[in-house]
Design a protein around this ligand. Structure first.
Ligand code: G6P
Length: 610
């Protein structure tokens, strides 16, 4: 979603800001803008549409200033248009702000400001904040204090960056609930909502905490709380390199990330899997190991693709560890009155670590006394910091909006967690060894599937013009069917539904005719015969069958129109393989339709609003 970048240093600022915006394009946005203070004037340029459009306008000006702020906006209050784009100015035109998050009490503030004679150009909550800060500044003539006082009155979330003509050569950043970091370079500082925007310049960063304000000048920075108390900032190092956020020869980040999976899965279990002992070592869970051993119930909460990995985890943990698991959308969990019993453990899954609904669910669970553990990709993210303990999935930056490698890394980590809990309870060493050994073979098995990309592309081209798809799977492969359908609709805008194969007869079967492609995961396990019957039901209604089957399954060719073969593995590990052809299928369908694969319309990579 929205992205913030600011710079103060010794280099011309416009290029750095535009570069930073480009690095954050993957997050999803609909307009972009920039404010640069130069020759005692704030130059604000903002535009609906792509950063490239903004760049053209910025290039028409000659900027020699070396500080400024910029933003990519994903509309919440008001249409995506030039006026609603950030930055927004106060009424004097001397204070410019960019903002991520939502000011929940903006309409109360706006009414008050209107009655005091202030005016507004846009429909945004952010302009209300700009005008509010300006109104306080008129009285006290100190920008940092004005921001601090304004933020004390604000309900909601913000990552905020401010530039003021009254106090030049300075940037002020503040955070509550919306991520913001300070990049500490050599004689230069960057403020950004995303580490990808600063990595080109520095790997040293300070993640701001909620309710902190950071004032940055050419000479240094100071971080205080909104209550004006001192803090002790910790400089951390970004864990990835520039090459990780570049395409590296692939046409799209999504394809690159699909092809990275043999390595990212390996990174998720490396150093953690104890094959000889049939066990697992997860340092991040040491502090809660007794609670995991004794828990009676696990609740998993997440959104989107992460929720699908939670559904697989339910099967995994119940089967290997014998603990009852419930999986719930974070957006639902936060708004009911969930029952949390003593000994319950809540897992929150999130690639970005910033999803607002998941964060709110964590707060609700903590409030009710639960231990909350995070399964997160982005190091230092809000969810990683809000949870009591957890495991990083170490998938590296995921830039494609449609999640791929994060999903399989989440599954890998949950397999490890299920093994860990299982071995403390009833799972035998022999069973543990068998699973651990098989996990180590998964990367090569994925490479085998990736080699079939041309065949999958051919199938995708045959069906790219249809308007509906059905995805079916059972057991471990039911959540994979949901994930396959989600991938297709996210990036190709084709309507797709995922269903447990046996549920087809209770509704979706009515949709099946010769125009309906049905993707069925039919791997060799104890319910293979049942799934085979479901395939025959589709066949009898002339549906087109794309089967995901195990190598050597000849029988399936008799009924399926197309078969994509994946290697055999243990049923508990099947989703790690069966999802790969579905990711590729969605990718190649979207490619054939010429869709904006890495930045699908209306979607955001990191959904930081409700
Ligand atoms: C957005 C993204 C999805 C993602 C979901 C949850 O909707 O477009 O790809 O699965 O958020 O994100 P998280 O970062 O919490 O896993």
């Amino acid at each position: 979603m929205c992205g913030i970048i600011g710079y103060i240093g010794d280099k011309p600022v416009s290029k750095i800001l535009i570069n930073g915006l480009k690095r954050m394009e993957y997050r999803g946005y609909d307009s972009a803008g920039i404010s640069i203070l130069q020759d005692n004037k704030i130059y604000t340029i903002k535009k609906k549409g792509k950063v490239a459009e903004l760049e053209k306008m910025v290039n028409h000006e000659v900027f020699h200033s070396n500080y400024g702020i910029a933003h990519t906006r994903w509309a919440t209050h008001g249409y995506p248009n030039d006026i609603n784009a950030h930055p927004h100015l106060d009424n004097s035109g001397d204070i410019s702000i960019v903002h991520n998050g939502i000011i929940e009490n903006y309409s109360v503030l706006k009414t008050k400001l209107l009655s005091d004679g202030y005016s507004f150009k846009s429909e945004t909550d952010t302009e209300v904040l700009a005008v509010f800060i300006g109104s306080i500044y008129e009285k006290i003539k100190d920008i940092e204090t004005s921001i601090r006082l304004a933020l004390r009155e604000v309900d909601g979330t913000f990552g905020l960056l401010v530039l003021s003509k009254r106090e030049p050569e300075k940037l002020i950043a503040a955070r509550r609930g919306s991520p913001l970091l300070l990049g500490v370079g050599n004689g230069e500082y960057l403020v950004a909502s995303d580490a990808s925007a600063v990595i080109q310049y520095t790997k040293q960063v300070i993640y701001l905490n909620d309710n902190e304000i950071c004032t940055i000048s050419h000479d240094g920075y100071s971080i205080k709380t909104i209550e004006n108390e001192d803090t002790e900032p910790i400089i951390e190092e970004i864990e990835f390199d520039l090459e990780h956020i570049e395409k590296g020869g692939f046409d799209h980040f999504m394809l690159k990330e699909i092809f990275e999976q043999p390595d990212t899965i390996h990174d998720a279990f490396r150093g953690r899997l104890l094959v000889d002992e049939g066990n697992v070592k997860l340092g991040g869970l040491n502090a809660v190991i007794e609670q995991l051993r004794n828990t009676d119930r696990i609740i998993i909460t997440a959104c989107g693709t992460s929720w699908h990995s939670g559904l697989v985890a339910e099967y995994l943990i119940e089967s290997l560890a014998g603990v009852s698991v419930e999986v719930e959308y974070a957006s639902e969990f936060r708004y009911r009155n969930p029952i949390i019993n003593k000994n319950d453990i809540v897992f929150a899954i999130s690639q970005s670590g910033e999803t607002a609904d998941t964060l709110a669910a964590i707060k609700e669970a903590k409030q009710k006394g639960a231990i909350v553990l995070g399964i997160v990709n982005v190091v230092g993210s809000s969810i990683a910091r809000e949870t009591d303990a957890g495991v990083y999935i170490h998938a590296g930056p995921e830039i494609g909006v449609a999640s791929t490698k994060a999903f399989t890394s989440q599954l890998t980590v949950f397999t490890l967690i299920a093994l860990l809990i299982g071995r403390m309870r009833n799972l035998s060493k022999w069973e543990g060894q068998k699973i651990a050994k098989e996990i180590t073979l998964i990367p090569d098995k994925i490479r085998y599937i990736l080699e079939q990309k041309d065949k999958i592309k051919e199938i995708a081209n045959i069906y790219s013009k249809v308007r509906n798809f059905l995805y079916l799977g059972r057991g471990y492969n039911f959540p994979v069917a949901l994930e396959g359908a989600l991938k297709l609709k996210e990036i190709s805008y084709i309507h797709a539904e995922g269903y447990p194969a046996a549920e087809m007869k209770h509704g979706p079967i009515a949709l099946i005719d010769e125009n309906m492609p049905v993707v069925i995961i039919a791997t060799k396990d104890e319910i293979y015969d049942k799934v085979f019957s479901n395939i025959e039901e589709v066949k009898a209604r002339k549906g087109k069958i794309i089967a995901i089957a195990n190598v050597g399954d000849e029988k399936i060719c008799e009924v399926a129109d197309h078969v994509i073969y994946i290697p055999e593995t243990l049923p508990v590990l099947t989703p790690l393989l069966s999802v790969i052809p579905l990711q590729l299928l969605a990718y190649y369908v979207a490619l054939d339709l010429n869709c904006d694969i890495d930045k699908p319309r209306n979607l955001a990579k990191s959904v930081t609003v409700e």
